[in-house]
Design a protein around this ligand. Sequence first.
Ligand SMILES: NC(=O)c1ccc[n+]([C@@H]2O[C@H](COP(=O)([O-])OP(=O)(O)OC[C@H]3O[C@@H](n4cnc5c(N)ncnc54)[C@H](OP(=O)(O)O)[C@@H]3O)[C@@H](O)[C@H]2O)c1
Length: 306
Amino acid sequence: MGLGSIGSMLAGYLVENNEVYGVGRAWHINAIRGRGYLLMRILFKSEEKKVKLAGVSSSISDFQDQLFDCIFVCVKAYDVRNALRELVDNNVKGTCYVFIQNGIGIADIAKELLGDANIIRAVTNNGANIPEPGIVNHAGLGETFVGGMYGSEKEYWARRVSESLESVGLPAKYVDNIRYYLYLKLTINATINPLTAILRIRNKGVAEISELREIIAGVCREIEEVARAEGIRLKNTFKTVLSVAKRTGENISSMLQDVLRGRRTEIDFINGAIVKLGRKHGIATPFNDMLYKLVKALEKAKSYEA
Ligand SMILES: NC(=O)c1ccc[n+]([C@@H]2O[C@H](COP(=O)([O-])OP(=O)(O)OC[C@H]3O[C@@H](n4cnc5c(N)ncnc54)[C@H](OP(=O)(O)O)[C@@H]3O)[C@@H](O)[C@H]2O)c1
């Protein structure tokens, strides 16, 4: 559900061992249908793969009343609620649902709409993009952590999802503390993403511009405090952020790309989520609040450009 960048990439690998169907937007689906396959370019191997899915559609109603083993929900965080409503309204069910979004709070939205379903969370370090309709680039290979969040068979399904990814060549690991991995990635997304988007800089700027140190430290400290109140112990987040910014130095972060394209960002589920949780636990989060508000303003800034 949501055959975009990461959804197309996952589908491109999973077809090897599974019957995979994809629901996405008409511009991508029509190009796949026109060509007869989804073209996946594995950039780090200089390989191309012609991917034949069992079925693609731009309308979930084509799958009405069907039950799938596993539904990968691959829309952006702010579209999860709508995508799930469409699934529910069309009586499309999964024995489990996998959520791959960056950010936190997604599984709770899923629980609200799906009740007792097996809700699996995945944190992925792969990189994918769609350079043109019908084509997906797998730009960077990274590990995916998979863990159960809700449902009576969550552990069984999280293990199966992790094994399925591994079996098609995508490094994956089942973890019994997926919330730790969600918060760890959140720390990186809550610093590198907004700072690169606000300043319009490549990731290495976050590591090299000394004036940013105090801000990064403040954001990290607040996230560590909020995480502790939620029962998660994070350590050395400041150092981790700097080393990731250095290692991915030439990258243009996904949030900066969204801002440059005039698209909505996922800030509500990143710094915005920390501000909300801070309020719930009585923890002050001024650094996260400032970055959150600046990025929200950025989303509206296009029509005010000087
Ligand atoms: N791309 C990566 O490398 C990467 C890496 C790690 C994590 N992630 C996470 O993965 C999630 C997805 O990111 P992405 O980069 O794959 O986003 P994306 O390229 O925008 O893909 C999402 C696709 O789903 C479509 N969509 C939204 N609602 C839909 C619906 N109800 N039915 C059918 N299609 C729908 C979107 O269309 P519209 O644009 O028209 O709404 C878009 O084409 C994000 O939370 C992101 O943080 C991505």
